[in-house]
Design a protein around this ligand. Structure first.
Ligand code: ADP
Ligand code: MG
Length: 139
């Protein structure tokens, strides 16, 4: 089950720019089923915990400030090979390196403000999904 799911966030700058609908449309058009979805704003404390793995990286403070700076859409998605296929759909972290047709190529502003999050492993997809959704909210 877990290997068929991934977790995503539409990040604050993409929401503020009005891109959320188009991004969700691209996600669904590429065969991902929405298991859970909510519109939420995470606190600074929650953003710090969510990105704990990046604590030692130089951009951690900037990343936490940014993710708490405005509302986001957070979602659990389902598809065969979900984690890997979703990473392909979003493209490289830096939009300058993202392939044509990817979400980041189309919508990201910069390496930091890169429109969407995508889990990097099945294990993290599960952890990240449970960070935002109870089992009662996963269908
Ligand atoms: P990804 O989101 O592609 O998995 P990482 O896990 O390496 O990328 O980084 C997490 C997030 O931190 C990125 O999506 C981006 O928002 C931000 N980030 C990554 N590298 C940098 C950087 N050099 N400067 C500023 N922000 C960065
Ligand atoms: Mg990552």
């Amino acid at each position: 089950m877990a290997s068929n799911r991934t977790f995503t966030m539409i990040k604050p700058e993409a929401v503020a720019a009005g891109h959320a609908g188009k991004i969700l449309d691209m996600i669904m058009a590429n065969g991902f089923r929405v298991v859970s979805l909510k519109y939420t704003r995470i606190s600074h404390h929650e953003a710090g915990a969510f990105y704990e793995v990046h604590k030692e990286r130089p951009f951690y403070g900037e990343l936490v400030d940014y993710m708490a700076s405005g509302p986001t859409y957070v979602a659990i998605l389902e598809k065969e090979n979900a984690v890997e296929d979703f990473r392909k759909l979003i493209g490289a972290t830096d939009p300058a390196n993202a392939e044509e047709g990817t979400i980041r190529k189309r919508f990201a502003e910069s390496k930091a403000k890169n429109a969407v999050h995508g889990s990097d492993s099945n294990e993290n997809a599960l952890i990240e999904g449970h960070f935002f959704f109870s089992t009662r909210e996963q269908h």
